[in-house]
Design a protein around this ligand. Sequence first.
Ligand code: SF4
Length: 248
Amino acid sequence: MVRVTRKAVRERAHEVFRLLADEYPGTAPELCALRHRGPFQLLVATILSAQCTDERVNMVTPALFARFPDAAALAVADPAEVEELIRSTGFFRAKTQSLLKMSQAVTAGFGGAVPGAMADLTSLPGVGRKTANVVRSVALGLPGLPVDTHVGRLARRLGLTSASDPVKVETELCGLLPPEEWGGLSLRLILHGRKVCQSRTPRCGECLLAGVCPSAGRVGGGTAHVGARAGPRAPAAEKPSSRRRRSQ
Ligand code: SF4
């Protein structure tokens, strides 16, 4: 098996970032698909996006934000009214509870302004590390690398990490690129995961990353053809167990 050094992984991460930035240009706020005005509305939209598409969230938030534009308004909302407004996003009763409690916490604890510190954000009801990183990187201009299922899958296929735990994936990816690139990398990996490197049927034959991807043609059944967009093949991704042994 070809040994892949940390330096080589870092160089691959920079090349992946460069290729993805060419394919999906724009800043983190421009790349974010959830429509919003300001950190609070993005926080609400991100909570609503759990188990739901961004398109569906964007269909309900205009009416929701028109009725409850900020934390102070949503903190005292009638739950039944909120439930009706967000019903189509699924899990609407639980999401309503999260939205109201989050809004009450933002109002009571932070004067109505969404805090920027990770510890403060994750202290809010319904806000986990992924959601906090979305708000930090897209709406607050702070470093943040949200790790969802797409980001984790692509990072592993690209040999940038062997971890499955999202926090470990985040830590390892953050170590490969400067903080100002974290949010953009996450959003581009999500876009590429949806469009090309899908979970069951990665389209390696038309993937711009095939030349640097150690999994090209080796995942999703192992027979995906690597076609014209691919450059020279990268070494196969290391198995997690062998990487762990070497790092001990
Ligand atoms: S080459 Fe295949 S496995 Fe690698 S990122 Fe592209 S689609 Fe995914």
